[in-house]
Design a protein around this ligand. Structure first.
Ligand code: BGC
Length: 766
């Protein structure tokens, strides 16, 4: 008995001393090889994916399958010093792990939450916090330490293949929303990885492209969201991006990872590479990219040899290791957390459905086409009505248990369906799917199935329905960008379907509504006049059909507003010229093959800071649907804008009252834009500096919303002095229901120019 007690006591003492040991002390007790082991991940083994040799650079060091199958990677165990490696898995629309494990009947499904582009359209940080909590619970209960998200690269061009994983064209909105989801996830005791840092705004040649941008555009547009998320969300980790920025791979850029991230922003977590990102592990260590993922033998050896040859100071390695240890020590794996493998998936269904309805955007609703009374009979056209897309593909995909189709959702809500039309689609889709190749990569979008030709539909019989709904879908993901023809623009078959259905139904005085089940903007200008209503549902996660039915029936009044502009035509896009860059001769640059195909290339962000609505405003181009736009089944009145002072002191507080003047309860998103005086620096016409969503206001009910402007909110980045500067003069606070529907405005004065913050003069255009 005595011996037993002593053993228990000794064990507890070892664990306790490991826990109270500082990371510095642990580093001091590690060999150089152990340190090198820790900064290079354990490799990766994804069933169904063969890595091209040039990506792995030799055999991978290990595989993740033994810990959490389907996770993206792990860090090494160093048992001698009591270190248990961490497990990291994608992100960002939910946890991506394999649902099946060999010789097991249990399924390891995770919840497919709505895509980030939808979440941003909720403009609701409290709601996003709840989504984060649910996601974080799944991360923890499936034995994962860090989820690889959120992703907040700017929606620079609508063709960006991964835009669905990102939030907005506006850095302020993207920053605030991602800070909220980081807080929600991390409140569960697991970490996040804010990605892809930075300027990875499209997929073509993403692993080798050199993005050339001005210091001002980098700071004001491309880093601003990351800055907000880092300062307010405090993510455990940041993931550097694949691309070069002004000549240097971001994972090898000391200017970006040390001078900006740690210096200017005081970031305390660690940085990991994107998978196989960059081309020089030693430079990555020196730059402050602490962890190389997923990790190869070659990278490990390069680091060990560099230290031995005096090319890498071991002290640099010590700092990288210490940063990783600081996070490891708060991770569930380190604490030996006994995860259940049974997160509360059922409870999360309601979170998905609620978030999905809050982020859908009603683009058009002529003569109150929507809502539709339950019990009405609907003819559901469009392939995607029978196969809704819950989210995009690639690493942003989630292995969920189910996705509710539109048909199921409508039936669950008590709508009638035209069975003839339904049968025609179901038969057609089955035949087409049977023709598809069986062994395609699970990472890539499925082959497109052309719209069922209208000629094959019994349109006269369809008219027994009270209303027509046409669902148009898109799916995109990693590795490839979208195209203008047959993607951003509708296909001929889709246009023919809309024209034929509208003609038939309108001839009988019946309404036609289009549902856009997409991951990014679509061209709408050429066909929108043909239909009565357009509901942008995005890719709304696994409760898709139920959430759409909630909006169609009026069970939920739509309140989402666009976080990204929908242009009239692609040529209007501020970042269309030069997209997606050009391939160049570069003998020193590396190329990648296989599905990661990437060649040396470059792109210059010619539009500077005039991205999204800033660009449309500057050129005075009217978009189809502007940033911040979205309709409701009710109406709102804005009144009583007050500023706390006519002169800017420490800050300015603006208050405004929003009243529901319609007949049904609803929520409104009020937006604060600021127009700054133009003195030395050119300025956008206006920029988003605040937003607030009301509670559910009953008809006649009002709410007063408050916004606070801090000195940094008045600033532009002056790259001649490398400082955030608020120029003296007249500022106008503009309160709007969208960026082009400004309802109230008031001026204040900043008596003299303020240099609010001086930062490191780095990342010059090369
Ligand atoms: C993606 C990352 C992802 C990683 C791990 C990369 O291809 O760019 O976003 O987290 O893979 O799956």
């Amino acid at each position: 008995m005595k011996v037993k007690l002593l053993t228990v006591f000794c064990f507890v003492a070892v664990v306790a001393s490991a826990q109270i040991k500082t990371s510095k002390a642990i580093v001091a007790s590690m060999t150089m090889e152990e340190k090198a082991r820790l900064v290079v991940g354990m490799g990766m083994n994804m069933p169904g994916i063969t890595l091209p040799a040039e990506m792995s650079g030799g055999p991978v060091v290990g595989q993740t399958q033994t810990r959490v199958p389907g996770a993206a990677g792990t860090t090494a165990d160093v048992p001698r010093v009591g270190i248990k490696g961490m497990v990291v898995a994608d992100g960002p629309a939910g946890l991506r792990i394999m649902p099946d494990r060999p010789n097991e009947t249990q399924k390891y499904f995770a919840t497919a939450f709505p895509i980030s582009s939808l979440l941003a359209c909720t403009w609701d940080t409290q709601l996003i916090d709840k989504v984060g909590k649910a996601m974080g619970n799944e991360v923890k209960e499936y034995g994962v330490d860090v989820i690889l998200g959120p992703a907040i690269n700017i929606h620079r061009n609508p063709l960006g293949g991964r835009n669905f994983e990102y939030m907005s064209e506006d850095p302020y909105l993207a920053g605030k929303m991602s800070a909220a989801i980081i807080r929600g996830i991390q409140s569960q005791g697991v970490g996040t990885s804010l990605k892809h840092f930075a300027l990875n705004n499209h997929e073509t040649n993403r692993n080798t492209i050199n993005v050339k941008a001005s210091q001002r555009a980098i700071r004001e547009i491309y880093l601003k969201g990351f800055e907000i998320a880092v300062k307010e969300g405090k993510p455990w980790t940041v993931m550097s991006s694949y691309n070069k920025l002004n000549g240097t791979y971001t994972s090898q850029s000391r200017e970006l990872l040390t001078d900006v991230l740690r210096g200017d922003w005081k970031y305390k977590g660690f940085v990991m590479t994107d998978w196989f990102g960059g081309d020089n592990p030693v430079e990555q260590m020196k730059a402050g990219n602490d962890l190389i993922m997923p990790g190869t033998t070659k990278q490990y050896e390069a680091i060990v040899n560099a230290v031995k040859e005096g090319k890498l100071d071991e002290k640099v390695l010590d700092i990288n290791v210490e940063r990783i240890l600081d996070i490891m020590k708060i991770s569930p794996s380190y604490a030996g957390y006994k995860y259940s493998n049974k997160p509360n998936l059922v409870a999360h269904q309601a979170v998905v459905r609620n978030a999905a309805t809050e982020g859908m955007v009603l683009l058009k609703n002529d003569n109150a086409a929507l809502p539709v009374a339950k019990g009405k009979k609907i003819a559901a056209f469009g392939n995607f009505a029978y196969n809704l897309v819950s989210g995009g593909t690639g690493s942003g995909d989630v292995n969920e248990a189910y996705t509710i189709s539109l048909i199921q959702g409508l039936e669950n809500a008590g709508f009638g369906l035209n069975k003839n039309i339904q049968n025609a689609y179901e038969k057609y889709l089955k035949e087409e799917k049977d023709k598809q190749p069986k062994n395609r990569s699970p990472f890539m979008p499925p082959p497109v199935i052309n719209e069922l030709p209208v000629a094959q539909l019994d349109m006269n019989e369809a008219l027994t329905a009270d209303l027509a709904i046409i669902t148009i879908g898109r799916i995109s993901g990693e590795f490839i960008d979208r195209k203008v023809e047959n993607d951003l623009n509708f296909t001929d078959a889709e246009k023919a379907l809309i024209a034929a259905v509208s003609e038939k139904f309108h001839a009988q005085g019946k309404k036609v509504v289009v549902i856009l089940n997409v991951g990014g903007p679509m061209e709408t200008a050429s066909w929108k006049s043909l239909v009565d209503g357009i509901l942008l549902t995005w890719q709304p996660g696994q409760e898709a059909g139920n959430a759409i039915a909630d909006i169609l029936s009026g069970e939920v009044n739509p309140s989402g507003k666009l976080a990204t502009t929908f242009s009239v035509k692609y040529e209007d896009e501020p970042a269309a010229p030069g997209f997606p860059g050009k391939e160049i001769e570069d003998k020193t640059g590396h190329t990648l093959g296989g599905f990661m195909r990437s060649k040396p290339a470059e792109i210059e962000y010619l539009e500077g800071i005039y991205v999204g609505y800033r660009g449309f405003d500057k050129k005075n181009i009217v978009p189809a649907y502007e940033f911040g736009y979205g309709l409701s089944y009710t109406t709102f009145q804005y009144s009583g804008l007050k500023l706390s002072s006519p002169t800017f002191g420490k800050n300015i507080v603006a208050t405004v009252t929003v009243k529901n003047t319609g007949k049904v309860a609803g929520k409104e998103i009020a937006q604060l834009y600021l127009s700054a005086p133009v003195a030395q620096l050119d300025k956008p016409e206006k920029e988003l500096k605040g937003f607030a969503k009301t509670k559910l206001l009953a008809p006649g009910e009002s709410q007063t919303l408050t916004f606070t402007l801090e000195p940094r909110d008045l600033c532009s980045f002056d790259d001649t002095t490398s400082a955030w500067v608020a120029e003296g003069g007249k500022y106008t606070v503009k309160i709007g229901a969208s960026s082009r529907n400004i309802l109230l405005q008031k001026d204040f004065t900043l008596p003299k120019t303020l240099v609010v913050e001086k930062v490191n003069n780095v990342l010059k255009m090369k």
